[in-house]
Design a protein around this ligand. Structure first.
Ligand code: SF4
Ligand code: SF4
Length: 439
């Protein structure tokens, strides 16, 4: 009974903190633009199964990709066992899902094997991060805090897997010592259990309980740590793929407010229409600060795994330019963290005298992009970096006329002459004048 009460209190604290975080993040989403419609649910589901569940993009790097995929699939299986632990904790039962019979054996058996695989994979990831210099993990956006965060999350996963194997091992050995029936199948733990054959039954039970509590409390802590860490992608990467852009990479979206203006100019009747009386507010063109980004771009920034696959294929970055597509996405999250609390407190007009543009992302970075879309192609969770870069360039050009000199000249020529060159339309055929063509 005491175990149940302690468990329920721990669960309520976990749910309370999680609910606070959920509504806080939701409030940040409300500060962003809502102009990202989600249609084609069937196609989205297929994309999610292919890219997120199938982990197809991850396999472009076969060895490390396989380890990542095994961790992901293992988590899905182990999650079922964790749900059982929560039900057991609330009801004071033991292995309540055993009523599922052979299905239970398969799930528990797979979870036992995956616990070992994940522990090995995570140990490899940790060694790689701590002792090997992987270029993909370096960059100005990857400061010391980011590395510490990644290592904490990996260490917590390692503790989770070791405690899971521990509780399974002591469960098996205790059942053997006490003459109880073993529920479930434990391919790995059954091999480890004989190591503790000399222990008395009550000691085995104690060690089982310690591992059980360590495992569930780390899950509770981890669940609330994730939203504040780069490992938020554990929750968000699958939905992020579901919500990702389905249009071909590189497709530029029409700006609705500009389209309306042009339609007005082209429609001869529009000039004579009676004004509706309501002044329509024309918003900012493009993206200057975090409140100008779409909710999906903010979602991208939270879901980003900081893996650096995008930056590692970026031709601008590879050739020494200042641009890192990973940094562009991470900056959105940073900026919301910086400005969001003030906006929630003082309203959407709040200003801290800074902006996403220039204080986080410089013009040099934005104009270094070739819009090749290699980053978006490579991102394992379908983040589309160029769409944000284009929106920020649109702000620079349309609100500040501050594009690079050559581009400004081209835009002026298109505006004045209908062509990128500096000649007037009347002079277009001058080149043919001396060709003596008979009229
Ligand atoms: S689209 Fe831009 S940011 Fe992305 S890989 Fe190409 S150059 Fe780099
Ligand atoms: S944007 Fe995608 S590829 Fe780049 S670091 Fe984030 S998850 Fe990795």
């Amino acid at each position: 009974m005491i175990k149940q009460i302690v468990f329920i209190i721990a669960l309520l604290i976990t749910l309370g903190v999680f609910t606070y975080t959920f509504f806080r993040v939701l409030a940040y989403f409300k500060l962003t633009h809502q102009d990202y419609p989600v249609r084609n649910l069937g196609r989205r589901f297929k994309e999610m199964m292919r890219v997120a569940v199938g982990q197809t993009k991850i396999f472009r790097r076969p060895v490390i990709g396989l380890l990542h995929a095994l961790v992901f699939w293992g988590f899905l299986v182990i999650l079922i066992g964790s749900i059982e632990m929560v039900v057991d904790g609330i009801l004071g039962t033991e292995r309540i899902f055993r009523a599922l019979g052979v299905v239970y054996d398969v799930i528990i058996g797979a979870g036992d094997v995956f616990a070992l695989i994940i522990a090995i994979a995570v140990a490899v990831f940790l060694v790689r991060r701590l002792f090997l210099h992987v270029r993909r993990f370096a960059g100005i956006e990857m400061d010391h805090k980011k590395h510490v965060d990644a290592n904490i999350a990996l260490s917590l996963i390692l503790i989770l897997m070791i405690s899971l194997l521990g509780l399974n091992t002591f469960y098996v050995q205790h059942a053997l010592a006490a003459g109880h029936e073993i529920h479930g199948v434990f391919p790995v733990s059954q091999l480890l259990a004989p190591l503790f054959a000399s222990m008395p039954a009550d000691q085995l039970y104690l060690y089982h309980e310690i591992n059980w509590w360590v495992h569930i409390l780390v899950i509770f802590f981890f669940a609330n740590y994730l939203p504040y860490s780069k490992h938020f992608h554990v929750y968000l990467s699958v939905p992020n793929v579901f919500l990702s852009r389905l249009d071909p990479l590189g497709k530029l979206y029409t700006m609705e407010n500009v389209k309306k203006e042009v339609q007005m100019m082209m429609d001869p009747n529009a000039a004579f229409e009676e004004p509706s009386g309501e002044e329509e507010e024309v918003g900012r063109f493009g993206v200057k600060d975090v409140e100008d980004v779409s909710w999906k771009t903010y979602f991208d920034s939270l879901a980003c795994t900081q893996c650096g696959r995008c930056t590692s294929v970026c031709p601008a970055n590879i050739t020494g330019k200042k641009l890192s597509p990973r940094k562009i996405i991470m900056d959105v999250r940073e900026r919301m963290k910086e400005k969001g609390p003030g906006m929630l407190k003082e309203g959407s007009d709040y200003s801290d005298g800074k902006a996403l543009l220039r204080d986080h992302i410089t013009e040099e970075e934005l104009w270094a992009c070739t819009l090749c879309n290699a980053c978006a192609q490579e991102c394992p969770i379908n983040i589309n970096h160029p769409s944000l870069i284009v929106e920020m360039r649109r702000y620079l050009v349309m609100e500040e006329s501050s594009g690079p000199g050559d581009l400004n000249a081209i835009f002026t020529n298109i505006e004045n002459n209908g062509a990128p060159w500096q000649y007037s339309q009347e002079d277009r055929l001058q080149w043919a004048e001396e060709l003596y063509i008979n009229e």
